[in-house]
Design a protein around this ligand. Structure first.
Ligand code: PMV
Length: 360
């Protein structure tokens, strides 16, 4: 499919008013997306576990009005008016207008809330942008009731990508790939696709405990972060490495080799941070407690032979990934030895999830 396939022809129905609600999860990348081209096209392919309980719930109220030349929307976050979200949503609407030509025919009220604590440092753009994209797709489906299910899902991911790249991996579960890669069936730069190759049962219900090391505002915005890869001295090698790591993970998913999984996933996390440490300007996003946790995880593995591993986003918080069958020992260790490194002892237990849901 190309971008043009997402430009609708004529709508067959008239919709005056209504509301829709979607609940959409966050996701955690195993092979990281870092660097992009124009129009949110990724510089390299990525793959992520969709999460289960870290999610955003968004209700979109819509009311038909005279078409005007500006967008009309009100924003509420956790019950309160939230004007600080306006520029991001305005920009999102501008980017997707070509694909959603009805936007200026409606006034919208967007109500949104997160399951995770506010400003916890958990990326809310993936769950937030995917939830909004899905709400808009539900409205489009009312305008075009014959829309096929597959088109709905693809286009939701396509729109979410235009809001925030990684958001396109939050529509479906349990593993989603985004970015063209030879070894992955149906993969595209335009949207995320469900990973349909063989996945060993070791990866079923994989656990993710998120340790909140630093709940502060993001030090580096994603936009600036991706930009740092333009002209980065190691960029080309890194983009190529992401392809190689995807091939490695594909094999790992088949064989269930947890040691190989750890090697690839941890290396991806450290590479992401290495890219930030070696860009100009450079950023150091890990905190002392991030390193304390990582070293303790190495120790724990050495001592127990279990398969707890870490990954990081563009921040100081640590995602700890482990197989369901090692849940008890891993969680005991986390609770007794690692919570001391979390801000106010805060952490979230999550696991791999099945993707977004529409609520009644
Ligand atoms: O979706 P963005 O533009 O916020 O980028 C997110 C990038 C990482 O979270 C660091 C990696 C990834 O693939 O999710």
């Amino acid at each position: 499919m190309t971008e043009k396939d997402f430009i609708p022809k004529e709508y067959s129905a008239v919709v005056e008013e209504g509301k829709v609600t979607w609940q959409s999860p966050s996701n955690i990348a195993l092979v990281k997306y870092w660097g992009k081209k124009e129009n949110q096209i990724p510089a390299n392919p990525s793959i992520s576990f969709t999460l289960d309980s870290c999610q955003t719930t968004t209700t979109l109220h819509f009311q038909k009005r005279e078409k005007s030349d500006s967008f009309e929307f009100e924003l509420f976050f956790e019950g309160e008016r939230k004007e600080s979200f306006r520029p991001k949503i305005q920009k999102f609407f501008e980017r997707i207008e070509e694909y959603m030509p009805f936007l200026k025919d409606y006034s919208f009220k967007i109500e949104t809330s997160n399951s995770f604590p506010h400003s916890s440092g958990i990326a809310s753009s993936a769950s937030g942008m995917s939830a909004l994209a899905l709400c808009l797709m539900s409205l489009e489906k009312k305008l075009d009731p014959t829309m096929p299910e597959e088109y709905f899902t693809r286009k939701a991911s396509f729109l979410a990508r235009l809001g925030s790249g990684s958001a396109c991996r939050s529509i479906e579960g349990e593993l989603v790939a985004w970015g063209e890669h030879n070894g992955i069936l149906g993969s595209s730069d335009l949207y995320g696709v469900k990973y349909t190759h063989q996945v060993h049962e070791n990866f079923k219900n994989y656990q993710d405990t998120i340790l909140m090391v630093d709940k502060g505002e993001k030090q580096v915005s994603s936009t600036l972060g991706h930009d740092l890869m333009n002209g980065h001295p190691f960029a080309e090698k890194r983009f190529q490495q992401a392809h190689e790591n995807l091939d490695l993970l594909k094999e790992v998913f088949e064989t269930g080799d947890l040691s190989a999984f750890i090697k690839t996933v941890e290396s991806e996390a450290l590479t992401l941070h290495a890219m930030m440490m070696t860009s100009q300007p450079y950023f150091l996003l890990m905190k002392p407690n991030t390193l304390e946790i990582i070293n303790k995880v190495f120790d724990f593995r050495e001592r127990t032979g279990l398969h707890l591993c870490f990954t990081l986003d563009a921040g100081a918080n640590v995602h700890l990934l482990y197989p369901e069958k090692e849940k008890k020992e891993s969680l005991d260790f986390i609770q007794t030895e690692l919570l001391q490194y979390c801000q106010n002892g805060q952490y979230i237990t999550d696991k791999v999830g099945k993707g977004a849901k529409q609520l009644a």
